[in-house]
Ligand binder design. Structure first.
Ligand SMILES: Nc1ncnc2c1ncn2[C@@H]1O[C@H](COP(=O)(O)OP(=O)(O)O)[C@@H](O)[C@H]1O
Ligand SMILES: [Mg+2]
Length: 284
């Protein structure tokens, strides 16, 4: 019997759903709390070698990719792989991969100074969006309405960690007050939701009060989401899309995705599908 390792830093409701699904289906699941982990890098360490395949569920991006690197160095399959997780976790790398795969994605510039950012903003036009290259839940994702607000927002970034001075600047997509999240596991789009923006925010993240609504998967959504997942290296993802005036654009591929709201509104058993996918990786 294949044993699945669940790697986590906090047990959110989503991880608890994975634990429940494993119990329900008699899947052998081992929990690995990264807070307790001391992984041998040069020394042999057997503590993470108990499981045959792993679901990486750390909330911390840096923690997750580094633990994944160690597991892969020991020959273990991890969902998601270091390659795809590190690509998705860095918005610039994700944009490069999406763009190379000819997947419609918002126009984006990378800059490092106020002067070059203002030039990029002139090319994109206002309003535009500034994002941290690494981050989630819409944190520090800022709407820039004009050059005055651009200057103030960029000035504030100067006082933050140097990673916040890598400016990822994007056109604001003229979308309705919602976006789309489509879950791709392997080569299948398994569930999708609209995320409706809350009254007090332009961002749609459910972590900021965005409201999930079931969305039947259309052929366009299916095709684009599967292509986006393949473009970042394949695995299990939450692909985020926006409705542009006449087509869908992919703005993000999430590699450790929360799914509790999607399970609630779609009825799709995403935790079970994730476990099955991890087990399938061990058999490949
Ligand atoms: N280019 C854009 N145009 C319009 N809205 C956007 C754009 N980029 C992001 N948003 C809004 O901001 C939210 C957060 O942006 P996202 O790139 O997904 O960052 P995060 O990783 O923090 O979720 C999106 O879910 C969407 O609602
Ligand atoms: Mg997002």
């Amino acid at each position: 019997m294949v044993t699945v390792g669940l790697i986590y830093d906090q047990l959110r409701p989503d991880e608890r759903l994975i634990i429940e699904a494993a119990r329900r289906d008699n899947i052998d699941l081992e929990l690995y709390d990264t807070n307790q982990l001391a992984s041998g890098v040069t020394d042999e360490s057997d503590e993470v070698e108990l499981a045959d395949t792993f679901l990486q569920r750390c909330m911390s991006y840096f923690r997750s990719i580094h633990v994944t690197a160690i597991l892969e160095s020991k020959g273990k399959p991890v969902v998601n792989s270091y390659k795809s997780a590190s690509t998705c976790g860095d918005k610039l790398l994700a944009s490069i991969h999406l763009s190379r795969a000819k997947i419609p994605t918002p126009r984006t510039y990378l800059t490092f100074t106020e002067e070059s950012s203002l030039l990029a903003l002139d090319k994109l036009g206002y309003p535009a969006v500034l994002k941290p290259i690494v981050g989630s839940w819409g944190r520090l994702v800022a709407l820039i309405k004009d050059s005055e607000s651009a200057r103030s927002i960029l000035e504030a970034r100067e006082y933050m960690h140097p990673i916040q001075q890598v400016y990822y600047i994007q056109e604001k997509v003229n979308r309705p007050r919602r976006d789309i999240r489509c879950y791709v596991i392997g080569d299948r789009a398994v569930a999708a939701i609209y995320r409706n923006a809350p009254p007090n925010d332009w961002r749609t993240n459910t972590a900021r009060g965005g409201v999930a609504e079931n969305l039947p998967i259309t052929p366009e959504l299916e095709e684009l989401s599967i292509r986006a997942a393949a473009a970042v290296g394949g695995g299990a993802f939450g692909v985020d899309l926006m409705e542009n005036e006449n087509c869908l654009v992919v703005h993000e591929v999430n590699h450790t995705t929360e799914f509790k709201n999607t399970v609630r509104v779609t009825g799709v058993d995403i935790p079970k599908l994730l476990l099955d996918y991890a087990i399938q990786q061990a058999r490949n």
